[in-house]
Design a protein around this ligand. Structure first.
Ligand SMILES: *[C@@H]1O[C@H](CO)[C@@H](O)[C@H](O)[C@H]1NC(C)=O
Ligand SMILES: *[C@@H]1O[C@H](CO)[C@@H](O)[C@H](O)[C@H]1NC(C)=O
Ligand SMILES: *[C@@H]1O[C@H](CO)[C@@H](O)[C@H](O)[C@H]1NC(C)=O
Ligand SMILES: *[C@@H]1O[C@H](CO)[C@@H](O)[C@H](O)[C@H]1NC(C)=O
Length: 419
């Protein structure tokens, strides 16, 4: 189900967009901050185990320049910081984009297999039922009346990474907020079937931009979270409405089902995330609070026991069993740096996230931390860049899309287990 259907949202009208959100967010959405910034690293709260603060793993932090592979986009995307590219689920191909072109790079031999004209601002890729891959590229166009129109293109790539046939064009944009392929909408998200160009289900009911949507892992449900303060639950098979979750009266940014499809987390503007139990939709949700600011990145651990969520200069890890926050990582100057792209690895033993231009990783078993980031003479654009971290098991790499618009991969640190 999730590999076949994609959620895609309607068009973004920038005036509404800019009006609906704080100016800080508006500037980050549209263009990266042009101020070049360097990180400062003092911590208010570090990862810890039994009261002992985490230590750097031997040889870390590592700085830009010592990576295994680096690709540089010819010219960084000028309109957004979103979705600079993707890696295919089998780790074979890297797809990266700039304003005008999409490039497919075969990672094993490090060669560009194709470079074609396609304007874009976000991409998602999935394994195709026809073999090869389905690549979704979304784009904005300025219409004659100067409003922005989101459209998306579904390319089929064969097993060598080469597009076959013409792309299928549809309305809506892919969110960089969500692994299931979503985004910006004025109001109504769509469910598309990647195998059936005619299939389209409209999820009608939100009254402001939908920022995130997700399919439940069991394939039964779709959840959406929007700036109208609503979280909504729908039947995935026919798009019929099931329920509204408690109105947060604030912008909702991200929604995620737990791996067992029993819980739904919704992260909202006013410094909290809520966890709803799907078996009792009217029960009061569990509230995870204590965030420094809004929450725009949140992921369940693969075992469903933890929720990791990032805010400004902060990552909190909440335990469902213990019903409390069990880890808090926080910068001293938290308000300067938004955390993005929290990603679990090793079944929940490791957590990665991006902040201050760096990719960081914490290992809960060994209490060791890792960092791959800018050195003292490097600079980058401070912004928000979603969904750009990958572990390439085939190559033994970790990395992805960095804030200086380079794609770097590093040797994945070997997993050590205690006892
Ligand atoms: C692969 O290509 C990238 C970008 O041109 C380069 O930085 C890297 O050194 C190359 N790696 C190998 C193994 O050839
Ligand atoms: C985008 O990348 C292509 C190569 O993939 C390059 O030829 C083109 O000049 C780049 N576009 C911009 C605007 O830099
Ligand atoms: C502007 O044009 C777009 C598509 O061309 C249309 O969807 C939209 O309703 C128009 N907006 C106004 C305010 O006329
Ligand atoms: C949509 O599908 C669900 C689950 O199969 C079903 O319970 C519901 O009645 C359907 N709604 C409509 C309008 O067909």
């Amino acid at each position: 189900m999730t590999s076949k259907l994609a959620l895609l949202f309607g068009s973004l009208v920038p005036s509404v967009f800019a009006l609906s959100i704080p100016s800080r967010a508006a500037s980050q959405f549209t263009t990266p901050s042009r101020v070049e910034v360097r990180p400062s690293s003092s911590l208010l709260s570090d990862w810890q185990q039994d009261g002992e603060p985490a230590q750097w793993a031997e040889g870390y932090p590592k700085v830009w320049g010592s990576e295994k592979v680096k690709y540089t986009q010819v010219k960084p995307h000028s309109r957004t910081l979103f979705g600079p590219g993707v890696v295919t689920p089998d780790d074979r191909f890297l797809v990266q984009m700039n304003d005008t072109n999409v490039q497919v790079i075969y990672l094993e031999s490090n060669i560009t297999v194709i470079d074609f004209l396609q304007t874009s601002d976000a991409a998602r890729v999935t394994t195709s039922s026809k073999g090869g891959y389905d690549l979704l590229i979304s784009d904005w166009k300025v219409s004659a009346n100067k409003s922005y129109v989101n459209e998306n293109y579904q390319y089929h790539l064969d097993s060598k990474g080469i597009p076959t046939g013409a792309p299928i064009k549809r309305a809506g944009g892919i969110s960089s907020f969500d692994p299931d392929a979503i985004v910006f909408s004025q109001t109504d998200p769509y469910i598309y079937d990647l195998d059936d160009p005619k299939y389209k289900v409209v999820l009608s009911g939100h009254t402001d931009s939908v920022m995130s949507g997700a399919f439940s892992p069991n394939g039964k449900y779709v959840a959406t979270a929007a700036w109208d303060g609503k979280g909504k639950l729908w039947h995935a098979n026919n798009g019929s409405f099931i329920a509204d979750f408690e109105n947060t009266k604030a912008q909702n940014w991200v929604t995620r089902f737990s791996p067992n499809s029993k819980y739904l987390a919704i992260a909202a503007g006013p410094k909290y995330a809520k966890i709803h139990r799907l078996s009792d939709l009217t029960a009061p949700p569990v509230v995870i609070d204590g965030f420094t600011d809004w929450v725009r990145t949140l992921e369940w651990s693969p075992d469903g026991e933890y929720v990791a969520a990032g805010s400004w200069g902060q990552v909190q890890v909440y335990s469902l069993n213990e019903n409390k926050i069990v880890q808090k990582w926080q910068l001293a100057d938290a308000s300067r740096w938004e955390v993005d792209d929290v990603t679990w690895f090793e079944g929940g033993q490791r957590l990665a996230y991006r902040v201050q231009g760096a990719l960081e990783l914490y290992d809960f078993e060994t209490n060791l931390k890792y960092q791959w980031g800018p050195g003292p003479s490097d600079s980058f654009l401070n912004g928000f860049n979603i969904g750009g971290t990958f572990q390439l098991e085939r190559e033994g790499w970790i990395g992805g899309f960095d804030w200086d618009h380079s794609v770097r991969f590093w040797e994945y640190p070997e997993v050590e287990r205690r006892g």
